[in-house]
Design a protein around this ligand. Sequence first.
Ligand code: GCO
Ligand code: MG
Length: 402
Amino acid sequence: MKITDARVIVCSPGRNFVTLKLVTEDGVSGLGDATVNGRELAVASYLTDHVVPLLIGRDARRIEDTWQYLYKGAYWRRGPITMAAIGAVDTALWDIRGKSLDTPVYQLLGGASRDAVLVYGHANGATIEETVAAVARYVKLGYTAVRAQCGIPGLAQAYGVGRGDRYYEPAEQGMPPEHLWSSERYLGFVPTLFTRLRAEFGDELHFLHDVHHRLTPIEAARLGKALEPYHLFWLEDPVPAELQEGFRLIRQHTTTPLAVGEVFNTVYDCHRLIEEQLIDYIRATVVHAGGISHLRKIAALAELYHVRTGCHGATDLSPVCMAAALHFDLSVHNFGIQEYMTHTAETDRVFPHSYRFEAGVMHPGDAPGLGVDIDEALAARYPYERAYLPTTRKLDGTVHSW
Ligand code: GCO
Ligand code: MG
């Protein structure tokens, strides 16, 4: 079952996506997502210029061998661009394997460990009242877990808050916008938001909150402690995670569950966090952590240490990644939750898919492979448009983590 064709498709149906399509001599095709938000063309080049020539003629059934060949064979290892490219190849090979055996991918991963996958949606507003109204809309749709973000008084833009009536989408065309940040104002405000949300929605709804790598460990410890009465499902990315030791300090001070990993690319970015039980949820995902094969290894390590999965699922992960994540989520024993942000209607038309949402949970569907396709003719009508993620500065002008 030789790979005879490999194409990299870059399109922008509402936002940019990089998709790898592999085709075998038997005419079976498979898809992988390779989108790295704001750096899309770097992965497209890595794939086209360096990876595709290595794939032609390889046996599409040798998924693990191909992964090791691309990882170890490059000498230069890890990093988001390399791992997104390897992840796309791996995902496409699982898709091909499923289609050629006429079975959904989750059946190849050990089968379903649950009936459906718990997801959380994004509620946000410029004010507490707007956030309350947004949460209420999710509850009405059947969500039992909701991420709540809110504008911070005294700061013009806050992470996670949409522009106008658009749902939240951070990448913007043109040069990167600069947002202002104050940890003091943020820390003073966030507990007020959750006091109000618990008063409004009671104890049962799961609330999540994303700090987006903005705090120092001791600040994050203070926030975790302040939020304990509201028993969050998780507090996400409390600190920039390059320094894994930072989590030790947070852990000493708070029982608020911690989640991290959307920017991680391999198990080496999180093995210490997992082995020392410094986190509760690992958020690495298919596209940025080397595909289904590598993510399963991360999950297997996490399972030993009572750490559960919580895959990143923002709009910059394409429907191909979303489908792959759902097959993974359905199959691994230590699944925790899946992030779900709906894509634009144009994106859904370019990537028809079998996964579905109903009453707070999702299922990948039972189509063979991943159950997602790409309409290449339609994709061609949405050419790449340069867009950047914002940057952040503190009130005195110092660059801060976005
Ligand atoms: C999340 C993320 C996103 C990221 C985005 C960057 O939790 O969904 O933090 O909002 O900022 O995916 O590309
Ligand atoms: Mg996040």
